[in-house]
Design a protein around this ligand. Sequence first.
Ligand SMILES: [Zn+2]
Length: 80
Amino acid sequence: MSDTFQRKPPRERRREQHRCTCGARFEVGHYGDPLLTAVPVDIKCPACGKSHMISVPKGTEKNLTVELAAGPEPETGGSG
Ligand SMILES: [Zn+2]
C-alpha cells in the first residue's frame, strides 16, 4: 500500500455556457471531471425548448442543471 499525497479536487460544479439560436444564453452545470470521457447529451433550451447537443463528462449526464443565464454578455462589464 502506498500512500500518495494526492489532493483530490473539491467537487465543485462546473458550468458551461451555451447560446441558443433564440438569443437566450443558458448554463449547464455538472459535477463531473472534465478529464473524463465526454458523452453527448441532449439539452433543451430553457427559454424556447430547442434541443442542443452538448458534451458532458461521462456519468454526469443524469445529473445536470440547466439554468437560464440572464443579463448581458459577461465580458461586457456593464455598470450597475
Ligand atoms: Zn432557445
